[in-house]
Design a protein around this ligand. Structure first.
Ligand SMILES: [Zn+2]
Length: 267
């Protein structure tokens, strides 16, 4: 009788524990599924390993080969981007365009042309406004996602994932430095890598002539193998499109071949 009493007492304990176990596992599964659902929803097309992509990008500057990556920021704009695309076509060279989301909405056909001519369309955020970009984690991620959505609509490819982000003013500038460091982690979380540059023609600092732009570039490229060259496809400061043909010819003479970031993502 005593034995049966103890057994009954334990049975109640077991039942209570079992009920807690069922409740816990049910809730755990529901939340785990929500997490998986959310990340699949936000990043449907991401398949590559972004940490490998990030280290491949970081290692570009250490390459022994003479490769030039032409990159154009802040477009698309009507005149500059179109003229740049014409010059790239004439020289049979492809480049990478770090586009701004709201400008993609304005000139979707120019982005479509760039994409169809084999250029890489990368992400430079939606607003190019630091106070908006670094306001919150959600805000930062939303700037990237909405830029990809705008690119998707422009090029007619569903769920376009640009994979590579460039911070406005670069990842290392002092302004918003701590926010940028946080955002590097957020990029990592959402499967994006980022890249700066190691050469430039200084087209965004003041009005330079074509001759000066080319000279700036020559100085900046000196004694470097792989080049990630920063230029802008806007017309508000210096007109890089006016020095582009001579810049490409100079780089070819110096033994550089040209690639864009598709070549890195594919590997
Ligand atoms: Zn920019």
């Amino acid at each position: 009788m005593k034995c049966l009493f103890i057994y009954k007492k334990h049975l109640v304990t077991y039942l209570v524990l079992f009920t807690f176990f069922i409740i816990f596992t049910t809730f755990y599964n529901v939340f785990a599924k929500m997490e998986v659902f959310d990340s699949n929803y936000i990043f449907p097309s991401f398949e590559n390993n972004f940490s490998i992509l990030q280290s491949n990008l970081d290692n570009l500057y250490n390459s022994n080969e003479k490769i030039a990556f032409l990159t154009f920021d802040d477009g698309p704009t009507k005149i500059a981007t179109t003229k740049i695309l014409d010059t790239l076509k004439e020289n049979d060279v492809t480049a990478s365009f770090f586009v701004i989301g709201y400008r993609v909405k304005e000139f979707p056909n120019i982005v479509k042309r760039a994409y169809e001519e084999g250029h890489f369309i990368a992400n430079h955020g939606y607003s190019h406004n630091n106070s908006k970009l670094y306001k919150s984690k959600d805000g930062f991620i939303n700037e990237i996602m909405s830029t990809d959505e705008a690119i998707s609509d422009a090029i007619g490819i569903e769920n376009y994932h640009s994979h590579i982000f460039r911070f406005p003013n670069g990842s290392k500038s002092k302004e918003y430095a701590s926010s940028k460091n946080m955002c590097k982690n957020y990029l990592n979380e959402v499967g994006y890598a980022y890249i700066d540059w190691n050469a430039l023609n200084n087209d965004s600092t003041k009005k330079y002539s074509s001759y000066e732009l080319l000279n700036n570039l020559k100085k900046s490229c000196k004694n470097k193998n792989s080049l990630v060259i920063l230029m802008h496809d806007t017309s508000d400061v210096s007109k890089s499109y006016e020095s582009l043909d001579a810049s490409i010819k100079y780089l070819k003479e110096q033994g550089y071949s040209f690639k864009n970031f598709y070549d890195i993502i594919k590997n």
